[in-house]
Design a binder for this molecule. Sequence first.
Ligand code: AMP
Length: 172
Amino acid sequence: MKPAEILTYIRNVPDFPKEGILFKDITTALKEPKVFKAIIDNLAELVENMPIDNIVAIESRGFLFGAPLAYKMGVGLVIIRKPGKLPADIYREEYSLEYGTDALEMHKDSLKKDENVLIIDDLLATGGTAEAACRLVNKTGANVVASLFLIELTNLSKNAKLSAPIYSLIKC
Ligand code: AMP
């Protein structure tokens, strides 16, 4: 299945979570076995030649793609979580969203210096979330090789300042 067909399974929800946001709802794609499989297979193809030690997935929808992709690629999985969820020593980074502000946290010992990392999330909009994730990874001394997204909103991402190359399956 090609990315253009995958896009037809992603539902557009106007004015969620607030007026003016067109929310890309991936639940309608994930519930279809052939679409979920195609998403993971296509994402794996995009990054197949990268020297990756760990996938770093961003809570929460990044987990849905990061976990199966790490399993398929045979690499480790590290999770970046919303505040207050991780039990051990953490690094913390503030960031701004397309709708609001928030913070992300990662365990200090989750990555080693010079490890190569692929950051993954469901969607790239302004890039604030992914850049906060890059900053967290950099604090550990690991390298962000690339960031990977199922969907890229090109109107917003054109102004994104990400310190690593961007790979996305569906641009809209
Ligand atoms: P940003 O930091 O602006 O790149 O926003 C990306 C994050 O916000 C991702 O974790 C997305 O899940 C979420 N997000 C932002 N805009 C949308 C949207 N239009 N539809 C679905 N999720 C979105």
